[in-house]
Write a protein that binds this ligand. Structure first.
Ligand SMILES: [Zn+2]
Length: 179
């Protein structure tokens, strides 16, 4: 999507009309004609957690709602505005899988461009399960472990990248934090 393909038309502050203008930067910005508020278009932050069982299978969830029903993903969600990213992944994982996890460290960070309406930056954490039994919740209707070499149809291209990297790594990185 070109940056100047307009997605927002009204000022979130005053309701005035937004117009792309050059305000001294390389790219144009959406500026309110009435109050001059600049609506910077930045990606939102998503968090996901990698949980492997002792067969080096990854926990995935099947989505029910949104734009990808029936497709699978690494359990994930968006960070709330006032929420720490580590709290966000604990909360999202609990909501979606019923598992209490502890994010151990970051596996990777990737940009998501698959949804032109909502670009995001995704953080994939390694996580350890502290307690709970896997049970689908929130916008998932199934959770299950899958071989890294044979994942089900995936909702997000970056989850595929992550799973391929995990598979190529052949379990070396995660050996110390299996369930
Ligand atoms: Zn305004």
């Amino acid at each position: 999507m070109a940056i100047n393909e307009q997605r927002f038309y009204y000022c979130p502050k005053c309701g005035g009309k937004l117009t792309y203008r050059y305000i001294g930067e390389e790219r144009p910005r959406l500026v309110c004609d009435a109050c001059q508020y600049v609506l910077y278009e930045n990606p939102v932050v998503g968090v996901a957690a990698i949980v492997l069982n002792n067969h080096k299978q990854i926990l995935l969830g099947r989505r029910t709602g949104g734009r990808y029903p029936g497709l699978w993903c690494i359990p994930c969600g968006y960070v709330e505005y006032d929420e720490d990213v580590y709290d966000a992944i604990r909360r999202e994982f609990k909501e979606e899988t019923n598992l209490d996890i502890e994010p151990v460290r970051v596996f990777t960070v990737l940009s998501n461009f698959h949804d032109p309406e909502k670009h995001s930056v995704g953080i994939w954490f390694w996580a350890r399960v502290n307690s709970g039994e896997p049970l689908a919740g929130d916008d998932l209707d199934q959770v299950a472990f899958f071989d890294l070499s044979d994942p089900p149809p995936l909702a997000f291209p970056t989850d595929r990248v992550v799973i391929e990297r995990l598979h190529a790594d052949n379990g070396k990185e995660q050996l110390n934090i299996v369930l």
